[in-house]
Design a protein. Sequence first.
Length: 448
Amino acid sequence: MAAIARVAALDTLRRVHAGTSDLASALERGRTRLPDERDQALAAEIAIGTLRWRAALDHVIEWAGNRNAGAFDADVLDILRLSVYQLLHLDRVPAAAVVNDGVALTRQRGHARAAGAVNAILRRISRSRSRLPMPEASDPLAYLSVTWSHPAWLVSRWLARYRFEAVLEWVRFNNAPAPVTLRANTLLTTRDALAASLERHGVRTRPCVYAPDGLVVESGRPFATPVWDGGQFLAQDEASQLVGSFAAPPPGSRAADACAAPGGKTAQIAAAVGDGGLLVAGDLRSRRIRLLRQTLRAARIASAHVVCHDLLVGFPFGSVFDCILVDAPCSSLGTIRRDPDIRWSRAEDDLAALSARQRQMLDEASRGVRMGGMIVYATCSSEPEENEAVVDGFLDRHPGFALEDPREAGPGLPAGVAACLDERGCLRTLPHRHALEAFFAARLRRHR
C-alpha cells in the first residue's frame, strides 16, 4: 500500500485537475483524513509542489516515457507528476520509496497494466536526475515556461512588457513558498505591540517592507496562540494590505466594500472610518457571506452592515457613499505564488470575459458615489485588460470621474503605499520590483 500522505496528495491533484475543487478546498478536505500533522504537511507539500512545477514535470515525463503527457490516463499522469516532483525536489524522501509508492498507487487506482511503464519511467528519471534535458535560457520562452513551469501564453505576455531578467525574477518568485503574513488589527493593537505579544508566545516576526501594519512570520505558530484567539491580527498578504491602505477613507466616512469577502480589506476600512463612520460590506454567494461574517467576527468588528447583493445587476443604494471599494473578481494571475493552480486553470481567452464583467461592476458601483467621493477599483491580476484598460474605459464612459494621484490629494498616505505607486498614481505591486504579488488599484474621484 502507498503511504497515506501520497494517497491524499493524489486525491488533491485529481480534484484540482478535474475542476471539482480549488486547491485550498482540496487541501482542507485531505487534511481531515490525515490525523498526523507530519502526513498533513507532506501531502500539502507534494500537492502544491506538483502543481507549481507541473510543466517541468510533464517535460521530464515525456522525455522518459517517449510519449506526450496527454497520452497517459489522467490518474497515471498525476501519479507520475507527484512521484517525479518528489524525486527532483524532496531530497529527504528516499527515491526507492517514491518509485515503489508510485507503482503501488498505479495498481490501487486500477491501472495495473500501466504499473510497468510507471516503474520504468520513474527509475529512468531517478537515475538521470543530475542530467535531465531541460530548456536553457538561450530559448527564453521555453526556458521560462517549461524549466520554470509557467503557461507559455502568460510568459509571452510578460516578455512583451518586461525585459527577460525581470520575467525570470517573476517566475522564480512565483515558484518560491509564500511566507505567512499577518496584519495587526489596528482596532485592538499596533504592529509593534502585536510583534511583542507574539514574541512572548514563541512566534518571531519581522515588519513587512511596505505594508504599515504587516508582519512576516519567521518562526512559530501564530494561529495556535491566545493572540489569535483575541482577534489581534488577521492573515493577509502584504500586497492585499496595501490595497486596503490605498482605499482607506478618512475617519467618519460613509464607505462600502462592494465585493467584500473574505473580508481582510473590509476590516481595514472599518478601522479607517471608525465609530463615527458607516461601512456596508456586500458579496453575492452565501458561502462568501459566511466567510465575510467570520472574518469580521474574528476582528471584533460589529459595526459593519453585511448585505447580499449582485453587483452585476446593480448597486442597491443611492449616491451616498464617500468611498466604494470594488475589489473585482478577476483572473487572480497576480497570486500564482500562493495559488499555484491558478496558472493552469486560466486561459488567455478568459481575460476578455472577465474584463467585461469588471467594467459592468464598476459602472454599477459608480451610481453609489456622492459628489466628491471616490471609487477604488482593485484586482489581484497582472494583466492590463483587467487593470488599466478597465480604468481607462470607465473614465471614457464617465467624464464626471477622474483618476486621482493620492500623492497630490494631501498628506496621510503611508510611505510604503507611496513607494508602490506608478507614474499615474495607481497602486501597482510587481514581483520583480517589490518582491510582492502583482496587485493593482486606482482611485476614481467623482468631480461632477
